[in-house]
Design a protein around this ligand. Structure first.
Ligand code: SF4
Ligand code: MG
Length: 316
């Protein structure tokens, strides 16, 4: 993946393009089969747009998305259906908004099977029942409606629908953010079990650093549409290199071990700049405690500064 997604800003009655929101302005990563890559960042950093672009709900403005070696960046919908739509599925934050309230769980979960012509008649019903049980629900729920279920159960329904086609990859966008902490843990355990069983690859997008730490193998940190840092989970959390990652992590309460230095909370100055008008040079320079004049001029390259640890910052 090496993509940009810019949205035009329309203005005036002629709706002329007045500029672009650089929602995703350069993320470059390779997701390995069977891994969980976490993507963190504040709301508005472009992580959802990145997920939606990868799954080709959006067409990228620049760059490339390779899936199993195939360039899917500009495939038409008819072609997408054959590859991407079947193999990469998404789980959204609000399962209630993404589940049709007038449809039974059976028809909700069968829908992707209809579209992709998978399974027939009785076999399809059996498959739905099996999926309901796989996600910890009861096969007898097949004729019931989404409103009869709790938030956590609805997220299980969303997951059943996402895995109905045996996808290779699932992109979860804030999939547990609306749930209570105890329910979050159950859903994460479910995702982990399903990953083991079906060898799924996950991209887990969230603003919640603790949740991402729990589920991910590697973690990428985004700011204003750019990837700032990417590393194995343990190096990222124990040795964050980018000043933005350091600030984000300093806000997460950690249990202190005896003798460990207290982590000072780093409070970022200023507001998140508009992605329609991002700062020149390093996009983080307006808020970075370590910024120098070089940071205002040159865009730092995203480079590997230690084994498997990438960072975009002039300090390295
Ligand atoms: Fe801060 Fe400069 Fe590094 Fe950007 S490049 S994060 S402004 S030190
Ligand atoms: Mg989002």
């Amino acid at each position: 993946i090496d993509v940009q997604k810019h949205f035009p800003i329309k203005s005036g009655i002629l709706q002329k393009t007045a500029g672009y929101v650089k929602a995703v302005d350069g993320i470059n990563l390779t997701v390995k089969k069977g891994e969980t890559i976490g993507i963190v960042g504040e709301s508005g950093c472009g992580k959802s747009t990145a997920g939606r672009t990868i799954i080709r709900l959006y067409e990228p403005t620049g760059g490339k998305i390779l899936f199993d070696g195939q360039d899917i960046s500009h495939l038409p919908e008819s072609e997408l259906r054959k590859t991407v739509r079947k193999n990469i599925q998404m789980v959204f934050q609000d399962p209630f908004a993404s589940l049709n309230p007038r449809k039974t769980l059976g028809s909700i979960i069968k829908e992707p099977m209809n579209t992709h012509n998978l399974y027939r008649g009785k076999e399809r019903t059996e498959k739905v029942e099996e999926l309901l049980e796989k996600v910890g629900l009861n096969a007898s729920f097949i004729n019931r409606y989404p409103h009869e279920f709790s938030g956590g159960q609805r997220q299980r329904i969303g997951i059943a629908r996402a895995i109905a086609l045996n996808p290779q990859m699932v992109i979860a966008d804030e999939a547990v953010s609306a749930l209570d902490v105890s329910i979050q843990a159950q859903i994460i355990n479910l995702l982990e079990d399903l990953q083991d069983e079906f060898n799924l690859t996950y991209m887990f997008i969230s603003h919640d650093l603790s949740v991402v730490r729990h589920i991910s193998d590697r973690v990428g940190v985004m700011y204003l549409g750019k990837m700032m840092e990417l590393a194995d989970k343990n190096s990222l959390y124990s040795e964050p290199l980018h000043p933005y990652t350091q600030a984000l992590l300093s806000a997460v309460p950690v249990p202190r071990k005896a003798g460990m230095a207290r982590r000072e909370r780093i409070v970022l100055k200023g507001e998140l700049p508009s992605p329609a008008n991002p700062p020149q040079g390093c996009v983080f320079h307006t808020r970075c405690p370590a910024a120098t004049s070089a940071c205002r001029e040159a865009v730092p390259q995203f480079k590997e500064v230690k084994k498997n640890h990438f960072v975009a910052c002039h300090l390295y």
